[in-house]
Design a binder for this molecule. Structure first.
Ligand SMILES: *Cc1c(COP(=O)(O)O)cnc(C)c1O
Length: 368
């Protein structure tokens, strides 16, 4: 008689206990209006120019690196390209953090992958909640820096939409000098380009900046991201990256997206999304189910509702898929809404307005 062997008992303990990142795609839904993953609403068109699929790709495709360096005003040695910014989040842990000894620090509510990557590698996590203004608590950060090798600061922050105060950022960079890496996640910086901290790299050799083509460049499906850092940090990351992190078609399209024409198209999309964001903010502010519309420097808006469960469910049932944030600390009653096309914004507003009207009618019948 054979007993059933539980193969998962062979897995590492932290992997057995790991709760994987619930991406918008994994969460599913039967949507026609997808406003849950901060994607651009339309697909840009590209044609493959290379026919060399019999060959392995370059590890760091020269054209992609050179064009991103030009776009950001850096030297090619200061740029690393990877399978999305998500891979870069993980590479930093693999380079800098020893399991059982070192810790990472970040400031919830924030992007979920810092925690998932730390957990996968068995690295201690120090979570220092942001203050009521959603700015980092610099005193608490200072008091908890023991063992911390790597800090992730997301600015503009996902899901709150705000920028981190530059004074606080400088304080954090001073506190961590010669003892930890500070990775500023600028996944949304193209929506607020004047606020990049890229120019601080000369002053702070421990500053790392994460970028992506997934948001303003409208290429979430391409899986292409960048790390900007000192040549020394980039060299360390190149020691641990996979030999072929980017497929040839990915490098081909990324290089096209970073031409002058590609960058101009990106800037036009940013202007379009910002106009739709202003429309959404004004329209949401007028709805009685809306308690607060938080300001945003990004392509999404965080909204606190009087009844977030009702709004989330009702819209889900109509095929309008939002991102539920209610489990994040300080975000009870909050949903995150991606700024889509104007038509999608209008559908969203109409659906919530109808729900407001319905709720009001129910209240009037119950309390005449
Ligand atoms: C979307 C996002 C990423 C991931 O970018 P990819 O390049 O798609 O892996 C990283 N950080 C933040 C804050 C994001 O919102």
């Amino acid at each position: 008689m054979s007993t059933v062997f539980d193969i998962s008992s062979l897995a590492r303990k932290n992997v057995r206990e790991l709760v994987p990142y619930m991406s918008a795609r994994r969460l599913g839904g039967n949507g026609s209006v997808w406003l849950n993953a901060n994607e651009y609403p339309f697909a840009p068109h590209f044609q493959l120019s290379e026919q060399t699929l019999n060959r392995y790709p370059e590890c760091q495709p020269a054209a992609v690196i050179q064009r991103y360096a030009d776009y950001s005003g850096l030297q090619p040695e200061q740029v690393l390209v990877s399978r999305g910014a998500d891979e870069s989040i993980e590479l930093l842990i693999r380079v800098f953090c020893e399991s059982g000894t070192d810790a990472v620090m970040f400031c919830p509510p924030t992007y979920g992958m810092y925690s998932v990557s730390a957990e996968t590698f068995g690295i201690e996590q120090k979570k220092i909640l942001v203050g009521p203004d959603w700015q980092p608590n610099v005193t608490a950060i200072e008091n908890n820096l023991d063992r911390v090798k790597l800090l992730y600061i997301c600015s503009p922050n996902n899901p709150t939409g705000n920028l981190t105060d530059p004074t606080a950022l400088r304080q954090i960079l001073e506190l961590t000098r010669n003892r930890a890496i500070v990775a500023i996640d600028e996944a949304y910086i193209e929506f607020s380009p004047q606020n990049t901290t890229m120019h601080w790299m000369k002053e702070y050799p421990h500053l790392v900046i994460l970028r992506t083509l997934s948001k303003a460049f409208a290429l979430a499906g391409l899986r292409c991201g960048f790390t900007l850092a000192s040549a020394d940090i980039i060299a360390l990351m190149l020691k641990v990256i996979a030999p072929y992190p980017l497929a040839t078609p990915v490098a081909d399209i990324a290089a096209q997206a970073l031409t002058a024409t590609g960058i101009r198209a990106m800037q036009e999309r940013v202007a379009e999304i910002k106009a739709n964001r202003a429309y959404l903010q004004t329209a949401l502010d007028k709805l009685i189910l809306v308690e607060k519309v938080f300001p945003s420097e990004t392509n999404y808006i965080l909204v606190r509702f009087t009844n977030a469960e009702l709004v989330f469910r009702a819209l889900w049932d109509q095929g309008i898929i939002l991102r539920d944030q209610r489990k994040q600390p300080g975000l009870e009653k909050c949903l995150r809404i991606t700024v889509g096309s104007r038509n999608e914004c209008e559908q969203l507003i109409n659906a919530i307005a109808a729900l407001c009207e319905h709720t009001q009618q129910v209240q009037e019948t119950e309390n005449p």
